[in-house]
Design a protein around this ligand. Structure first.
Ligand SMILES: C[S@@+](CC[C@H](N)C(=O)[O-])C[C@H]1O[C@@H](n2cnc3c(N)ncnc32)[C@H](O)[C@@H]1O
Length: 280
């Protein structure tokens, strides 16, 4: 366990902030000075015994690190800019979504998915299943780093545009499904400032980066010609068309007993992803 002594501020009093606060407290020697949030309705509330405050009341000398714990879209960028405008140095700001140093704090986040992945990795080892592993839909590698960690002797193929959704997939989704109407997504969901930067961040988060092969571009075009066998694939591209293409692409490449984990197959807000599984 990585023990360090840090005086910390959490930025983000939502669900993500709460889980990551507990992860930081559990895996690092952190004293949480305060939790701040731009939402003034939360000011004065307590999360456990820590009060939620107005970020403008922060005193830069009172903390070593401020952890931005905001999951939705790319809002963490606006918060980073806000903090820097307030005079907080970049070295003090940790964006949890991109953090390589504090990745243990993520263990508790989406615990069911990670635990399932860990157990399935154990199972594939027990039965001696051959085949490599893959994730389609990587974003900042929050799940990929656990796949890499639990299958440390396997090649991990990572497939993503690293630039968010592809227009043709979005058009299909909009005409046939409700996710965009329901507000689960916007056109700019998963858009990033620089694909190169995100790929570097993803690689830096991996415990075994030498095992990682990145396939950048629209799936399935990006994997044209890829021939391998797989014991585990995580399909997490959210939209109907790429999820269906993923099922078609990997199906006959799976080793007997291998697993295809389709994220959000039963999500009520993400109807396209659900339909791709049913259609297949
Ligand atoms: C839900 S995020 C992935 C989250 C990630 N698995 C995690 O655990 O943090 C969806 C990702 O799918 C990618 N994506 C969506 N459609 C795609 C396509 N047709 N080809 C490649 N990547 C795609 C997006 O760029 C985005 O990064």
């Amino acid at each position: 366990m990585n023990k360090r002594s840090i005086k910390a501020v959490i930025f983000g009093a939502g669900h993500y902030g709460k889980i990551l606060m507990r992860g930081l407290q559990k895996y690092y020697d952190v004293t949480i000075k305060t939790i701040c949030d731009n939402d003034d309705t939360k000011w004065g509330e307590y999360i456990e015994d820590i009060q939620v405050t107005n970020p403008h009341e922060l005193l830069c000398d009172d903390f070593d690190k401020i952890f931005i714990c905001i999951r939705k879209g790319n809002q963490f960028r606006a918060v980073e800019a806000q903090l820097m405008e307030m005079g907080i140095s970049k070295e003090k700001i940790v964006i949890m979504q991109r953090s390589t140093e504090y990745q243990n704090a993520f263990l508790e986040f989406d615990f069911a998915r990670k635990n399932w992945i860990r157990c399935f990795a154990d199972y594939t080892r027990q039965i001696g299943l051959k085949g490599n592993v893959a994730e389609c839909g990587v974003y900042y590698g929050e799940t990929a780093m656990f796949i890499n960690k639990y299958w440390k002797d396997k090649v991990l193929y990572l497939c993503d545009t690293f630039e968010g959704f592809v227009d043709q997939d979005v058009m299909k989704e909009e005409s046939d499904f409700d996710a965009f109407k329901a507000g689960s997504f916007t056109y700019s969901s998963f858009k990033v400032e620089s694909p190169e930067l995100i790929i570097d961040t993803v690689k830096a988060r991996m415990l075994y980066p030498q095992n990682v092969k990145v396939y950048q571009g629209r799936f399935p075009d990006s994997v044209c010609g890829l021939e391998d066998k797989f014991s585990f694939v995580n399909l997490d591209m959210d939209l109907y068309q790429p999820q269906l293409d993923g099922l078609r692409f990997f199906w006959d490449k799976m080793e007997g007993g291998g697993g295809n984990f389709i994220t959000r197959l039963f999500s009520s807000g993400i109807t396209g992803g659900e339909s791709s599984g049913c259609r297949f």
